[in-house]
Design a protein around this ligand. Structure first.
Ligand code: CMP
Length: 138
């Protein structure tokens, strides 16, 4: 399980037509897709998924944005997945993201930042299990 991470292509990137380009970056970087779905979070889903951020001033905005349209959710496999995926996506704020990273290429703002990547092995497991049943993971 420690060689896996969880990602979402967020509503901004879906709306802007970047699903294909983002999946291409991910697979070209050596990540194998072991689970994937096109879905939309309910208000309840989003509040639960982002529960750790509920005291943050941006929580309402985050939940509203993440429920505003469809997303792609996926579990990715690669050696050192969590760390390598965070390097591939770049800093949370696209203004600070390194050249060539997914957020530098496709994100618009700190809130609408194109992709999610788990920040630890433990959260990767929790987030993957939130979105996928065991039989949906290959
Ligand atoms: P992510 O790391 O995927 O999960 C938490 C999200 O909260 C983060 O991406 C940002 O999209 C969002 N976020 C963090 N800081 C801010 C902020 N200052 N304003 C709005 N959204 C934020």
């Amino acid at each position: 399980i420690t060689n896996r991470t969880f990602t979402m292509i967020k509503p901004d990137a879906v709306e802007n037509g970047h699903i294909g380009a983002i999946l291409e970056k991910i697979t070209s970087a050596g990540f194998k897709i072991v689970a994937m779905k096109y879905t939309q979070l309910s208000l309840r889903d989003a509040k639960e998924f982002y529960g750790v951020h509920k005291e943050r001033p941006f929580f309402g905005e985050l939940v509203e944005f993440m429920t505003s349209g469809p997303i792609v959710a996926a579990i990715l496999e690669k050696e050192n997945a969590v760390e390598d995926f965070r390097a591939l996506i770049g800093a949370t704020n696209p203004a600070d993201a390194a050249e060539g990273t997914i957020r530098k290429l496709f994100a618009t703002s700190i809130g609408e930042n194109a992709v999610h990547g788990s920040d630890s092995d433990q959260n990767a497991a929790l987030e993957g299990a939130f979105h996928f049943a065991g039989r949906e993971i290959y």
